[in-house]
Every structure is written in structure tokens, then in C-alpha cells.
Write a protein that binds this ligand. Structure first.
Ligand code: GUN
Length: 287
């Protein structure tokens, strides 16, 4: 079996086309939706991600403003900037790019953002709403992308055994909660660094969501024939001296899965589409 591709680039582009009409409608009513992105320091990958987010804003008609703070800045400066943006009626969404330099408390920074402007969906209020079954707010972008990509296959997900590999606050844990939601109805297992016999857990799963950030950690023959694989990993490795992006799942898994996301061109572009969707949602929830 060779897997059918879950094309994040094409799915993301289709979602963006719909959002463009929404942005125009909001723009005509009360000015374009406005996303502010804050980046601290000079992490090269973060600069690429932020540039991609700004380009998506341009495509859709979302105003974007970027603040670049030096890595030597005082964490208090960042908190003051967030406070100011929380109060600013012209700002609909605030995103602080991760990772922050040493000395910054990412959780504290996330909690400082007004939950109504938290387009990353990382604020405890927004994460907590998932537990209560309220899915009409700002959901975290990558977990939303995972669900949308699974649904795009048209396969029945109800009752299927889904394994989430990784339990991070921003991907693994919320992805597991969304998979278990009424309406998706998967039977969910969360595995992590202490889990025993990951190979067996993978082989028993109909759906694998890999979100660990370790290149090729899930070996091709751990994937059960016909399983659906969503690879969240974006890992930069060196092959013959050249840089290459690879996922958490070995590429050979394409020969076993029924559906699989590529890296690059899978979860990455869909996550950006979900961020744009949250920005439109944040704007439409505000007066
Ligand atoms: N760094 C890597 N991915 C993300 C993301 O989705 N949001 C933020 N804020 N930072 C990130």
C-alpha cells in the first residue's frame, strides 16, 4: 500500500480563500483584522516562521504588525508591551513567537495575553474551554490543523484508536483532547518519554499523531498497514552536508499508511491557516 497524501498546502490554501472573504467583510465594517506578532531574539527558524505568518496575513487581507525585541531585553519590557496591546482597541490578535530566550517564562507570558486576543489558543482559559467541550473559541492552531487534516480524508474517525506521541502543552495534550471530543469520538492514547513499548502502541493504532520533535523517531514498520499518520514534526537535519526538513515518522511509512502528511507541506501550512482563522475569529468576536 502507498499512502494517499494529506496535502496541507492545498488544504491551507482553500481555507485561506474562504478567510479572505471574511477579512473583507470585517474590513468594510470596522477596519481590517489586525494581528501583532512579537519575536524576541534571533532564533533563525523563528524568523522564518514569523515571515511565513506575515505573508499569510498579506494574502488574506489581515493587517500585521511585528515587534522585534532584542534577546537582551528585560522580560518586564515584553510584559509591558503585551499589556499595552491588550488595551489597544486596534489590535485583534497577539502572538509571541516561541521559543523565548533563556530567562523568559513562556507560561507567564502566555497568561499575560488577553484570552480574547490569544490567537495561538495557548492561554489556560482557551485550553480549559476544550475540556468543557466548548469548541467555538480560539483553539490551539496545530491541534486544530491535525483534526482538519484527519477530517479531510473522509475516513470515519469515530471509535478509531488514536495514538498521540508527545504530551506538550501546545500540541500533544490539546490534540488528544480534540480527538476525544464528542463528534470526533476517537479512542485516545497519549504516549510520552516514559511510555513502554512505543512500537507496540503504534502497531495497535488506526491513527498516529507524532509530535515529539525527533527526526524519524517513529520507524516505518511501526505503522500498521492502512493506518493514518499525521506527522507534526519539523526537524532540520543534515544530509551529505545539505540541510533537509524531515518529520518524526520515517518516510518509509508512506508504503504502509493509507493516508499520511508530508514534511514539509503538511501540518506546517495548515497550522498557519488555522492561525489566520483564529485571527478572523478574534476580530469577529470583538465589537
Ligand atoms: N513556535 C513554533 N510554533 C509556534 C506556534 O504555533 N506559535 C508560537 N507562538 N510560537 C511557535
Amino acid at each position: 500500500m502507498t499512502a494517499q497524501l494529506i496535502d496541507g498546502k492545498a488544504l491551507g490554501a482553500a481555507i485561506e480563500r474562504g478567510l479572505k472573504a471574511d477579512a473583507e467583510e470585517i474590513g468594510g465594517r470596522r477596519g481590517a483584522p489586525h494581528l501583532v506578532v512579537i519575536i524576541v531574539g534571533d532564533d533563525a527558524a523563528s524568523h522564518v516562521y514569523v515571515r511565513n505568518k506575515q505573508r499569510a496575513c498579506e494574502r488574506i487581507g489581515i493587517k500585521s504588525t511585528r515587534y522585534d525585541l532584542p534577546r537582551s531585553c528585560d522580560p518586564e519590557d515584553l510584559m509591558e508591551l503585551i499589556e499595552r496591546l491588550n488595551e489597544d482597541e486596534e489590535v485583534d490578535g497577539i502572538l509571541v513567537q516561541s521559543p523565548l530566550p533563556p530567562g523568559f517564562d513562556e507560561v507567564m507570558v502566555t497568561e499575560a495575553i488577553d484570552p480574547r486576543k490569544d490567537v495561538d489558543g495557548f492561554h489556560p482559559v482557551n485550553l480549559g474551554r476544550i475540556v468543557t467541550g466548548k469548541l467555538d473559541g480560539l483553539l490551539p492552531c496545530t491541534p486544530s490543523a491535525v483534526i482538519r487534516m484527519l477530517e479531510s480524508t473522509g475516513e470515519a474517525l469515530s471509535g478509531k484508536r488514536a495514538l498521540v506521541v508527545g504530551r506538550s502543552r501546545i500540541v500533544g495534550m490539546p490534540a488528544a483532547l480534540l480527538l476525544a471530543q464528542r463528534g470526533v469520538d476517537a479512542t485516545v492514547t497519549i504516549s510520552h518519554s516514559k511510555s513502554q513499548d512505543l512500537r507496540r502502541l503504534c502497531l495497535e493504532s488506526d491513527i498516529i499523531v507524532a509530535a515529539v520533535g525527533r527526526p524519524g523517531m517513529i520507524e516505518a514498520d511501526w505503522v500498521a498497514p492502512g493506518a493514518i499518520v499525521i506527522d507534526v514534526g519539523i526537524n532540520r537535519i543534515s544530509v551529505d552536508g545539505a540541510g533537509k526538513l524531515v518529520g518524526d515518522v520515517e518516510e518509509g511509512a508512506f508504503e504502509r499508511a493509507s493516508w499520511m502528511t508530508p514534511v514539509p507541506g503538511g501540518v506546517g501550512p495548515m497550522t498557519i491557516a488555522m492561525l489566520m482563522s483564529n485571527t478572523i475569529r478574534a476580530a469577529s468576536m470583538r465589537p
